[in-house]
Every structure is written in structure tokens, then in C-alpha cells.
Design a protein around this ligand. Structure first.
Ligand code: ATP
Ligand code: MG
Length: 341
């Protein structure tokens, strides 16, 4: 009945006055997978999740969740889904356990079953030790895990996670990822919106990129990276004034214009003959006396994909976040490379 798809959306439309929040949006999410929905601010991610989780009505098109029509069978759909919103829904004053019991009763579990389910979920989301602490005292990661637990009260077939780790530190983010992986291993299908490309890369087997209410790409993370092209050579110079010289050297071996981001000392460009490009650039820069901090080859990242497809960097790159995230990202890329070689 589901054709192997937990979620299908065809030509979804949603208007707010003049604004077309969704403008012919298509989506197909395979059962038992994590599917990433990526897009810049205002792209329509939350709108799509709200329609699919029956919180708002669609204006056009058609969608099914777990094989059920979201418009005509919204009650049945609701019984099969969980939703964690962009903003946490748990009550600060109550303890973790009390929150889960309360959600259990909201879902008509009855007092005893609600209690039992709360214990199971506290265990599953590694919150047993904190079960009887007020949620006000929880860390950000613990709160998100509690939020996830609350959305899993009925062990839904499909779970919608709208930016589940925004604002979390890397460690808490990792803990939430582990929980999501565990859910999928148990058979839940997850539709995940995120602004963190690393998150989509790590968790999702398939990604849909949405911009201005439409899906503009749909592929595996690797497939998306291949869209952008092959490997890139990347040089980090020690002095800002050396950027033009480095770009010139790179241009001789590259298969496209060298690029550099404002405020960065990094110059990069696509290359075809990777190893000879690398050795030639390294040698020439040394001959020319350009001081190099780092040089290497890397696969395009999802950031590159995102930039190419939407013309934006990811937006939660506010000043405080950007550097740390990029450094981490770059390290991971290099690490991956090493592991593959
Ligand atoms: N209730 C509403 N009333 C009017 N306009 C809305 C409403 N909800 C969303 N919009 C508009 O629809 C568009 C899509 O919004 P949506 O919240 O789905 O984007 P998003 O991709 O989730 O963005 P973000 O990354 O900021 O969460 C935006 O232009 C937004 O301003
Ligand atoms: Mg949103």
C-alpha cells in the first residue's frame, strides 16, 4: 500500500496571502530511512513538515504518509506519526518522567501504560539518571532527547524532526544523532529538516534540497556532491597578500576558476588530474616563495552543493558559528580522505 515509501508528496501547494510557501513541492521518502530536507531560511521546510504531519491544510497537490492521504485521512495519519517541532514542547517545571507520562496520557495511553512507556523511553534516550530532575535543569542535548522521546510515545512509523539539533553544542548534537540512528534501526522512518549539512551528510541516506517552495535536487549525499563536480584542490596561504598569487598558480592546473571566500585564506578550484595538480601546485608555490599553511585535495562538501544550487551558504552561519563549523567540517573532510586513501 505504501509502495516502499513512507512519505510521498506531489506538487504540494501552500499559500500565505501572496506568498507561495510551497509551490509544487515533490518528495518521496523510502521506508526505514532518514531523509534529509535541506534548504535556506524560508524555503518551506517547516511548512512541508506541517502539512505532512496534518497540522495545516494543503492548498493543492497530494500527499500520503504511511500510505494514508494527509488531507482525507488526517486522523489515521496522526496515529502513525511523531513530530518534534523546531521549538521544544516539553514543560520546564515538570521532570523528564512527568513530561513523558503527561504526553502518554495525552495520547490516551492510560496512567499505568503511560508510566511504563515513560520508563522505556527514558532508558532508550539515556535519560534514566535525569528522570526525576526538573527539565529546567537539563542541558540542551538532554532536552532535545526528551523531546524526541515525547514524539516516540506511540512508536510511530514516521517521525518528523524539524531542526532537532539547532543550537546544540557538538557533543549534544552527537547524542541526538545516536538516538535518531537507534530509532531508524528499530524501523522508524525519519524526515529530518536541518540547517547543518554535516548532519544531513551523517544521518541521511537521501536528501531533498528545497528552495522557494520547490524541490530543486533529490539524491544521495554522494550523488549531490557529484553534481557539483569532482575533487577540488585547496590551498591555505599564510598571508592574505598571497591569495592572488596562489590563485594564479592554481588556475594553471585547475578545471575551473579558483575561488576564495571573503575573509578566508583558502583558495580552491576543481581539478581533474588530482595528484599531478597537487604536486605541481605545491612545487610552484614553493618555488615562488608563497608560504603555505595547508594544501590538499577534498571532495566537494554539501556546503558546496548547497551554495551551487541555492546561491546561498547555509544561513545558520552566523558569525559565532561559522568558523568553528567550517574548521570542524574541513577536518572531517580531510579525515575521510585519509581513511579512503
Ligand atoms: N503562518 C504563516 N503566515 C504567513 N507566512 C508564513 C507562515 N508560515 C510560513 N510563512 C512563510 O512561508 C515561507 C516558508 O516558511 P517556512 O517556515 O516553511 O520555511 P523554513 O524552510 O522552515 O525556514 P526556516 O529555515 O527559517 O525554519 C516563508 O516565506 C515564511 O515567511
Ligand atoms: Mg523551519
Amino acid at each position: 500500500m505504501t509502495d516502499g515509501y513512507a512519505v510521498r508528496a506531489e506538487a504540494l501547494e501552500k499559500r500565505y496571502g501572496e506568498k507561495r510557501a510551497l509551490d509544487g513541492f515533490d518528495l518521496a521518502v523510502r521506508e526505514g530511512t532518514v531523509h534529509g530536507l535541506l534548504g535556506p531560511n524560508g524555503a518551506g521546510k517547516t511548512t512541508a513538515v506541517r502539512i505532512l504531519s496534518t497540522l495545516i491544510r494543503l492548498d493543492g497537490g497530494r500527499a500520503t504518509v504511511a500510505g494514508l492521504d494527509v488531507a482525507r485521512q488526517s486522523r489515521e495519519v496522526r496515529a502513525r506519526i511523531g513530530l518534534t517541532g523546531q521549538y521544544a514542547a516539553v514543560d520546564e517545571v515538570l521532570t523528564g518522567r512527568q513530561n513523558l507520562e503527561m504526553f502518554g496520557r495525552l495520547f490516551h495511553l492510560g496512567g499505568r501504560r503511560a508510566k511504563v512507556r515513560a520508563v522505556e523511553l527514558l532508558e532508550q534516550f539515556d535519560l534514566t539518571d535525569a528522570a526525576d530532575k526538573g527539565v529546567g535543569k537539563y542541558s540542551g542535548g538532554m532536552r532535545r532527547r526528551l523531546d524526541l522521546a515525547a514524539s516516540m510515545i506511540l512508536a510511530p512509523a514516521v517521525l518528523f524532526l524539524d531542526e532537532p539539533t539547532t543550537g546544540l553544542d557538538p557533543r549534544s548534537r552527537g547524542e541526538v544523532w545516536d538516538s535518531v540512528r537507534a530509532l531508524v534501526a528499530d524501523g522508524t522512518t525519519v524526515l529530518l529538516t536541518t540547517q547543518y549539512l554535516e548532519e544531513a551528510d551523517k544521518l541521511a541516506s537521501h536528501i531533498t534540497v528545497i528552495d522557494q517552495g520547490r524541490a530543486i535536487a533529490d539524491d544521495t549525499p554522494d550523488g549531490l556532491k557529484n553534481l557539483v563536480g569532482g575533487d577540488r584542490i585547496e590551498v591555505v596561504v599564510a598571508e592574505r597578500t598571497d591569495i592572488p598569487r596562489a590563485a594564479k598558480v592554481i588556475a594553471r592546473v585547475s578545471d575551473g576558476e579558483p575561488e576564495t571566500e571573503e575573509g578566508e585564506l583558502r583558495v580552491h578550484a576543481p581539478v581533474i588530474d588530482r595528484v599531478s595538480a597537487l604536486t605541481e601546485v605545491a612545487r610552484t608555490l614553493q618555488d615562488e616563495g608563497v608560504q603555505v599553511e595547508d594544501i590538499g585535495l577534498r571532495r566537494p562538501s554539501l556546503d558546496d552543493v548547497f551554495l551551487r544550487l541555492t546561491g546561498h551558504r547555509t544561513e545558520k552561519h552566523d558569525k559565532n558559528d561559522t568558523n568553528e563549523k567550517y574548521e570542524k567540517h574541513d577536518k572531517n573532510e580531510k579525515h575521510d580522505k585519509g581513511a579512503r586513501a
